[in-house]
Design a protein around this ligand. Structure first.
Ligand SMILES: Cc1cc2nc3c(=O)[nH]c(=O)nc-3n(C[C@H](O)[C@H](O)[C@H](O)COP(=O)(O)OP(=O)(O)OC[C@H]3O[C@@H](n4cnc5c(N)ncnc54)[C@H](O)[C@@H]3O)c2cc1C
Length: 481
């Protein structure tokens, strides 16, 4: 069976890797990418001893696909968790950096005392959050925006100072448009099951502690879970590189794109930009949805139109390395996010050399990464490099007091890079999948569909590989004439 995968980001690479693993020599795959290297948004560089990430800097381990793939490609020893010391996240609010109260997991406080002592929220704001315990749960099951949900349950201040900035940092999205169902179904379930987010969180915490206590009492050893977020010592790009090293070199076609696709009976005939012709039984699109839309338009204009409707926004990351002695700020945390009402030009700022080890040549240097753009400030990410660096340095001066000249500057501009899971995303994807299923042998994978994180994209690539192999095993071998 022959398979072509268009797009060699982590989703396309995961598809190829799992086809190779599961296909047991019966699948001949080809991986096509228009860039000169595979990995897509995963891009790292090491310069003068600084390890700089252009795209993702780590992945969540609760979703196991990332960790599993790292292990499968021999990267176990390269894995590294976030630092266990100085784990604080700050919020730029009321014109200063204020620590996120200890125990806030994403949005919801799980520790009462630090929450009550926190200066991030006013007393009326805290009381409003407490009302969550008494507000009845919503009756209908319709999707709603994350902002609507948080405002409804926890109030405006919790939205402005905790939820919206955290969400902007993860989804680079506008909380007013972001689908709750497609991004945080866990919170929706919590409301349904416990009638309250605070109550649900506290109950789950109590249950976890009870399970641990029971295990200890019965002499069982509870396994230490891996750190919540992990990366690779020499940069996350090591993952696509390790996958590529395990794929068949003859199957990899970088620097090429697809100029025409025709569906002839049970086969897809492709012509590539270098004139190569390919005939395949299955075709996987692991490209951004708007690219897939362009490539598919002549094959199915309705499907193309639906794909085109998935919105993408632009972002940029600017990494600056400094001499430690020239930065007075202690950088004692993972970084900061910005409260919605502050209107800063930075979306977030990671103190990379505190968040991870191995990010600077030595402890006499620090590395800071600024995030710019996203749903509410796309234009800022589209500026030229010089303007971006100047803007970030001005922002760092105002927020962190840094006036020093950086010893290293790295800018990554990501044009239309982040898919937006707008309210109703689940219905849009269900329709896209219904239309896709009408074309035998056609598959879609990647960040546009079932999760934007690296583990989500890996899991999606694996799912597609499993579906192709399952189909190959049920369809009798084709007799070619
Ligand atoms: C700045 C930034 C920070 C992020 N941080 C994190 C993080 O810390 N943790 C996390 O889990 N996730 C993070 N993400 C999200 C995550 O990195 C992405 O969602 C994921 O890498 C997307 O993988 P993908 O394979 O779906 O798409 P992509 O990586 O976009 O891959 C698509 C591929 O298609 C290729 N392509 C495009 N057009 C064509 C064409 N016409 N023909 C052939 N090939 C084509 C591209 O070259 C690319 O290789 C971040 C994203 C960004 C932008």
């Amino acid at each position: 069976m022959k398979v072509a995968i268009i797009g060699g980001g982590i989703a396309g690479l995961a598809t190829a890797f799992h086809l190779q693993q599961l296909g047991k020599g019966q699948i001949e795959y080809t991986l096509i990418d228009n860039a000169s290297r595979f990995g897509g948004k995963i891009a790292s560089v090491t310069e003068n001893g600084f390890v700089v990430e252009g795209g993702p800097d780590s992945f969540m381990t609760q979703k196991v696909a990332g960790l599993e793939l790292c292990r499968a490609v021999g990267l176990e020893k390269e894995l590294m968790g976030t630092n266990q010391v100085a784990r604080k996240v700050f919020v730029w609010s009321d014109g200063r950096l204020q620590p996120m109260p200890d125990g806030v997991t994403l949005i919801i406080p799980t520790k009462i005392t630090p929450f009550l002592k926190s200066t991030l929220l006013t007393w009326p704001g805290k009381l409003r959050m407490g009302l969550d315990l008494f507000i009845p749960k919503r009756k209908n099951d319709d999707d709603e925006s994350l902002a609507h949900f948080i405002r409804r349950r926890l109030g405006n201040e919790a939205l402005d100072r905790i939820a919206a900035p955290m969400i902007a940092g993860i989804y680079v999205a506008d909380a007013e448009a972001l689908s709750l169902k497609s991004t945080f179904p866990r919170f929706l379930d919590m409301e349904k099951k416990y009638g309250s987010l605070l109550g649900g969180m506290l109950y789950q915490k109590y249950e976890a502690a009870r399970a641990k206590w029971k295990a200890r009492k019965s002499g069982g050893v509870s396994k230490t879970p891996p750190p919540g977020f992990m990366t690779l010592k020499s940069g996350l790009q090591g993952l696509p590189e390790a996958i590529v090293a395990r794929l068949d070199p003859k199957a990899l076609l970088p620097n090429r794109t697809v100029t025409s696709i025709q569906h002839n009976g049970s086969e897809y005939d492709l012509v590539l930009s270098d004139g190569t012709h390919l005939s395949v039984d299955a075709l996987v699109f692991a490209t951004p949805a708007y690219v897939t839309a362009q490539l598919l338009r002549r094959l199915d204009s309705t499907l193309a139109e639906k794909l085109q409707k998935i919105r993408y926004v632009s972002t940029a990351t600017v990494s600056l390395g400094f001499k430690r002695s020239e930065v007075e700020h202690p950088l004692s945390g993972f970084g900061f996010v910005v409260s919605r009402s502050e209107k800063r030009k930075l979306m977030a700022c990671a103190w990379s050399s505190t968040k991870f080890n191995n990010r600077t040549p030595d402890d006499k240097h620090v590395l800071i990464r600024a995030f710019v753009g996203g749903a509410n400030a796309e234009g800022l990410a589209e500026q030229n490099e010089t303007a971006l660096v100047k803007m970030v340095r001005d922002e760092m001066q105002e927020t962190l007091g840094i006036t020093a000249t950086p010893v290293i500057t790295k800018v990554y501009r990501w044009h239309k890079a982040n898919p937006q899971y707008d309210v109703g995303h689940d219905l849009r994807i269900a329709e896209i999948e219904r239309l896709t299923a009408q074309h035998s042998g056609l598959y879609l994978a990647g960040a546009a569909y079932h999760g934007v994180g690296v583990p989500d994209c890996i899991a999606d690539g694996k799912r597609v590989a499993q579906e192709i192999v399952a189909k190959m095993n049920t369809v009798p071998t084709k007799v070619r004439t």
